[in-house]
Design a protein around this ligand. Structure first.
Ligand code: SF4
Length: 244
């Protein structure tokens, strides 16, 4: 028999399908390499990172319908090159693949921002040639994965990483967000070593978590007290590190 919690979960899923998007950023030159683009923010996420500064997107039901997003894109045809599917976690939206197909048919290039927990969705989108570029978040090494993301799904993330490393049809980048209460230089080194071992030849973008006094985070983390020792890190690995 379905419990009240089951019913509430089903209701939340139904609501999210009706209004999958939290918001649209109409223009960016920074988020899709080499392209002018907009960002569609898909509501909902399958992680709970303490430093997440988008709790409204992660926990919200969304406010915009698919129809609204497509109408916006029609008005931008010929004006923008690309569409970034971000979130939240876009791959948690069951209709993402079909939606990306419509976006591609309108002539836009598609970039997917993902935390990698849905290798099945990424594989299908690659097979159907629905993406042109992927930004993959490497959240933490296995032993720190739960503390950073609230999940124990590192093996699923690793499948997405291997999937991307094993193909050359789409370009991709890997990035890690650092809050000094969660990750240190040793963790970044472990990530860089793992990436090199799996055949990743790009650069690892390392970005400091954004913590602002007036902006709530998903978790309760103290203010950051120090920055990573960049010089030490760069000397320890052959993988290119890009500090942002
Ligand atoms: S930072 Fe973490 S919780 Fe926030 S949207 Fe990204 S993956 Fe989800």
């Amino acid at each position: 028999m379905a419990t009240i919690a089951d019913n509430e979960r089903r209701e939340r899923r139904r609501a999210r399908r009706a209004t999958p998007f939290h918001a649209i950023t109409p223009f960016t030159l920074l988020d899709f390499p080499g392209r002018s683009a907009c960002i569609l923010w898909v509501a909902g996420c399958n992680m709970r990172c303490g430093y997440c500064h988008n709790p409204d997107i992660v926990l919200g039901k969304g406010t915009l319908r698919e129809h609204d997003a497509l109408a916006f894109l029609r008005r931008r045809q010929g004006l923008l090159d690309g569409v970034v599917l971000s979130g939240g976690e876009a791959t948690t939206w069951p209709d993402l693949g079909d939606f990306a197909g419509q976006v591609k048919a309108m002539g836009f290039a598609v970039k997917l921002d993902t935390n990698g927990l849905r290798p099945d969705v990424v594989a299908q989108m690659l097979d159907r040639r629905l993406i042109d570029h992927v930004a993959l978040d490497y959240k933490a090494p296995p032993e720190r994965f739960r503390a950073v993301t609230g999940t124990v799904a590192f093996p699923r993330f690793a499948r997405t990483l291997d999937l991307l490393c094993g193909q050359d049809r789409v370009t991709y980048e890997v990035r890690t967000t650092v809050h000094d209460a969660l990750l240190d230089e040793g963790d970044i080194l472990a990530i860089a070593t793992d990436l090199a071992r799996r055949g990743y030849r790009g650069r690892l973008a390392v970005q400091q978590a954004v913590v602002e006094n007036d902006r709530p985070l998903l978790g309760s983390l103290p203010p950051q007290s120090r920055r990573l020792d960049r010089q030490w890190l760069a000397a320890q690995t052959n993988l290119g590190l890009e500090f942002r």
